[in-house]
Design a protein around this ligand. Structure first.
Ligand SMILES: [Zn+2]
Length: 301
């Protein structure tokens, strides 16, 4: 046990160093929102997953821009003067809230944007234990859509019927997604519906679809893993016959690989949660959730 702890202490250090180094990107990535007209509403989202909902509801009447680049983490993001400049002229700033993108509040204060233009989506939502990853449950994602719809209608009432129609269509996609995920998860034997994740991004998804999260390697990206906790998690993984540990491409995979080696389980390093991906199969929220589900089913079956 002591040997494992020492090994993890070293890996933990390496992992934190790697995580910090990987998150310096702060360029602004325009969203794939079609071809908005000259009178389109300028919307700025903090991270790319939220951008999917804005594009879904706003369609061609919205010009959306995303602050955290695709493939980077909102949890370790450091705003730069360039990312702050993006806020100038924003008619709506969409923030997830519950801490994950709190840095945008400082940016808003530094830019010429009234606070009344900021939509904090998780305000009033059923947040559990301060965990901000509510969008990972496609049923809760409908609340994201509803709040964005209300904000866009308020800013541009002339296009209210188009926004409402887009929102209805997006809700239908979310319903279909939820039903599809349920069917896919049902194919995993109940005893195998358990996972270990890199960071604690999956509780809302897990609760919705009856999956047990055995634990996470770090509480949040950028935080140092606890060697004793990791050693306990290795023991638990073996005892419960957990099939795999899952991590995301925007974070260092070193710790996940080391953990998988110690626990003798599979490692999957391309689940998407805090960011969509560059590839077409993970280029928006719906496709990202489908891809995640396929990965989970493949590794857990
Ligand atoms: Zn996260």
């Amino acid at each position: 046990m002591r040997l494992i702890q020492r090994a993890f202490a070293l890996l933990a250090f390496l992992s934190v160093v790697a995580c910090g180094g990987a998150q310096k990107a702060s360029s602004v990535s325009p969203s794939p929102s079609g071809s908005p007209g000259a009178s389109a509403i300028d919307v700025v989202t903090t991270f790319s997953t939220l951008n999917s909902f804005v594009n879904g509801v706003g369609g061609k009447y919205v010009r959306s821009t995303n602050i955290v680049p695709v493939g980077a983490s909102p949890e370790t993001f450091q705003p730069t003067p360039r990312s702050i400049a993006v806020l100038n002229g924003a008619q709506l700033v969409v923030e997830n809230g519950t801490g994950i993108d709190a840095w945008v509040d400082r940016m808003v204060r530094g830019a010429d944007v009234p606070r009344s233009r900021v939509l904090v989506i998780t305000d009033g939502m059923p947040v559990v234990g301060g965990n901000p990853h509510l969008w990972m449950d496609p049923v809760l994602a409908k609340t994201y859509v509803a709040k964005i719809l209300a904000a866009l209608v308020r800013i541009d009432p002339a296009h209210a019927s188009a926004f409402k129609s887009n929102a209805r269509a997006y809700d239908a996609k979310l319903d279909a997604l939820t039903a599809w995920i349920r069917t896919k998860i049902a194919a995993i034997p109940p005893a195998k519906r358990q996972l270990i994740v890199f960071h604690d991004a999956w509780p809302y998804f897990a609760k919705r679809f009856g999956i047990h999260i055995v634990g996470s390697l770090v509480p949040a990206p950028g935080q140092e893993p606890n060697p004793r906790r990791l050693a306990q998690l290795v023991t638990l993984a073996r005892k419960l016959h957990v099939r795999a540990v899952f991590a995301e491409p925007e974070y260092s995979a070193k710790l996940a690989h080391a953990f998988a080696g110690s626990a003798d389980i599979k490692v999957v390093t391309d689940l998407y949660d805090d960011s969509i991906g560059h590839r077409a199969v993970v280029s928006d929220y719906i496709s990202m959730m489908r891809y995640n589900t396929e990965q989970l089913v493949h590794a857990l079956q």
